[in-house]
Design a protein around this ligand. Structure first.
Ligand code: GLN
Length: 378
């Protein structure tokens, strides 16, 4: 068989979580909470399965869920997406991203990707014959180098993939970043794929600016979101995409033959919990507390931390501890110290940035304390 993705192996998240289990290590690698989601959400899911919600949902998703999301976009981002034609419920943000890329990319199209980049973007671009044009973000700030973006964007640019808050660095795009993006693409035919799965995890003085809140950008963008992140249910694999009608119409042509529709009873449960905005409005505070707690616990360690601006990830600089490349350092961390983290070079394979690893702090207080004990002893 001639592989379509010859250089791709199993994702680092799967590998690290598997190794963490094998070595009984504390798992701060793959991003997922190790605590229970909201009790009422579980009850709603149970009820939906016990009643009559066990057959196909409509192709675009459950109407009441899409209607409530449409209201949420209006309230938070001042953009009215038509629930029927502009919002689609997907199997996590992953399927939304894959579908968006497959909808837009023809062979030879150029796609600007900011690196380090979440791992699912590039393989999808490659599968559809697109050409990745990387823009490297540099430690320790990981700001967007706008001149480089300007130099790269041209007639062949079909898509720019952005991610704010950013996995793995935690960088949160500013209003100026969006203004720069807008002026660079104004006279081109480029689209934007805006991955905003961590929209409700933003800390300190930072604020989430959604691409949806800028009418000019929103008119040429597909934005993707994840219920998994917002409701502590990553295993439910539910998310959504929003886009202007014509674009969403093309997106649905792919979606309908890729999956047709996604999990019906869980969509119902989420539609019920969306009536209570405090669940997502309080998430920034909830995760800021976790981040602060984690940073306080590891204050005495030899790792160096620049506080994450958003997401549930914290980068750690281990250059005072070891000269090993980050993947080897993570393997040593698991095998010798019983702690799993993610090497960030895997988000980043053009120019390896060494010396930084990623910890996930979406963990119980006990787990964070146990992890900190190990971190402080290294
Ligand atoms: N997004 C999660 C992370 O960055 C992983 C999800 C997955 O394993 N695909 O850790």
């Amino acid at each position: 068989l001639q592989s379509k993705l010859p250089h791709i192996g199993t994702t680092i998240f799967t590998k690290m979580s598997r190794l963490a289990q094998e070595h009984h290590a504390i798992n701060l690698s793959q991003g997922f909470p190790n605590f229970m989601p909201n009790e009422e959400l579980i009850q709603q899911a149970n009820e939906a399965i016990s009643s009559h919600r066990n057959q196909y949902a409509p192709l675009g998703g459950l109407p009441e869920l899409r209607q409530k999301l449409s209201d949420k976009f209006d309230t938070l981002y001042n953009h009215k997406y038509d629930w029927e034609s502009e919002i689609t419920i997907t199997a996590g943000a992953t399927q939304a991203i894959f579908t968006a890329i497959s909808t837009l990319i023809h062979p030879g199209d150029e796609v600007v990707v900011f690196k380090p980049a979440y791992d699912c973007y590039e393989p999808a671009v490659e599968l559809y014959g697109g050409i990745v044009k990387p823009v490297q973000l540099e430690a320790p700030d990981y700001n967007i180098p706008w001149q480089k973006v300007k130099d790269l964007v041209g007639d062949k640019t079909k898509l720019i993939i952005i991610n704010t808050p950013h996995n793995p660095t935690g960088y949160v795009w500013t209003k100026e970043d969006f203004e720069n993006l807008k002026s660079i693409i104004r006279d081109t035919s480029a689209y934007v794929l805006s991955d905003e799965v961590y929209e409700h995890m933003v800390f300190d003085e930072h604020m989430h600016h959604s691409i949806c809140s800028d009418p000019e950008l929103a008119s040429r963008s597909i934005a993707t979101f994840s219920f998994g992140k917002t409701y502590h249910v990553t295993g439910w694999k539910l998310g959504y995409a929003v886009a202007p009608k014509a674009l969403m119409n093309e997106f649905r042509k792919v979606h309908q033959y890729n999956v047709f529709c996604v999990n019906h009873p869980l969509q119902y449960a989420l539609s019920q919990i969306l009536d209570e905005p405090q669940h997502y409005l309080k998430l920034d505070e909830f995760y800021q507390h976790k981040r602060d707690q984690f940073l306080k616990l590891v204050e005495g360690s030899r790792f160096k931390f620049t506080p994450s601006q958003g997401t549930y990830f914290q980068l750690a600089d281990y250059s005072e501890i070891s000269d090993l490349p980050d993947t080897e350092f993570c393997l040593e961390l698991i095998k010798t110290h019983g702690l799993a983290a993610i090497p960030i070079s895997v988000f980043n394979h053009d120019k390896l940035q060494q010396g930084q690893i990623r910890f996930c702090f979406a963990k119980t207080d006990e787990t964070l304390k146990e992890a900190a004990k190990i971190i402080n002893d290294i």
